[in-house]
Design a protein around this ligand. Structure first.
Ligand SMILES: C[S@@+](CC[C@H](N)C(=O)[O-])C[C@H]1O[C@@H](n2cnc3c(N)ncnc32)[C@H](O)[C@@H]1O
Length: 210
């Protein structure tokens, strides 16, 4: 019998090449509307430490830094990070960008109040779900938040993100965190005015009862 992993498509790994070609389909050049909305509904404590996994060209990380969070944003693509640094300079935003593979960076960077992931989980789960969940455990502590935006099943248009079902999200991320919300949203894209179907998944690591 084939395992689930065998059936899944291989993710694209040459991220730098995709950025070099121009603006990739996930890069709307502005903070994601769903991030803005979720922050209004659940304002994290002032000065909270936030780690963004796979920050791309930095729009969301900069938005978070402008809201006075202490932001660390990691990406493995030198081109994406160069664009992110220029964007941060333009907006006069103060945050820390790290050029690294998140799996290399995570073991030494400590724990965060909030871990944010837009568009990384839905790729990495296809080949490295176990290491990804181990990493999230390592990066959070009881009470930490995890906020994830990921492609949603049922999208027919081509060129969008990998798609994840509700059951998969509940099974995979629900192993570590409690759901605060799991709702339907869209991810903005320069190639599709209405964006692509997505999940907004806000979660919290349980605090053990005393
Ligand atoms: C779909 S893009 C999303 C970028 C950004 N979050 C956004 O929404 O515009 C995924 C990002 O993850 C980065 N990435 C992929 N694998 C990575 C890894 N192992 N470590 C760090 N960054 C990674 C890619 O370079 C890319 O910028």
């Amino acid at each position: 019998m084939k395992s689930l992993t065998e059936k899944r498509p291989r993710p694209i790994t040459d991220w730098d090449a995709l950025y070099r070609q121009g603006t990739p389909p996930w890069d709307g050049g502005a903070p994601h509307g769903e991030l803005v909305r979720a922050l209004k509904e659940h304002p994290f404590p002032k000065g909270a430490s936030v780690l963004e996994l796979g920050c791309g060209t930095g729009s969301d990380a900069i938005y978070l830094a402008q809201r006075r969070f202490e932001v660390t944003a990691v990406d493995c693509s030198p081109i994406a990070l160069e664009r992110a640094r220029l964007r941060a300079e333009y907006h006069d935003a103060l945050l820390r960008f790290v050029l690294d593979d998140v799996f290399e960076f995570a073991p030494t960077c400590g724990q965060f109040d909030v871990v944010y992931d837009c568009g990384f989980y839905h790729y990495i789960r296809m080949t490295k779900l176990g290491p990804y969940l181990d990493m999230l455990w390592h990066l959070t502590r009881p009470g930490s938040w995890f906020f994830c935006l990921a492609g949603r099943t049922g999208e027919r248009a081509t060129g969008g993100p990998p798609q994840v079902s509700e059951d998969e999200i509940r099974l995979e991320l629900g192993r570590l965190f409690e759901f605060v919300h799991l709702r339907r949203t869209a991810l903005e894209s320069p190639i599709r005015p209405q964006g692509f179907r997505a999940w907004s998944c806000l979660m919290r690591r349980p605090v053990p009862a005393r």
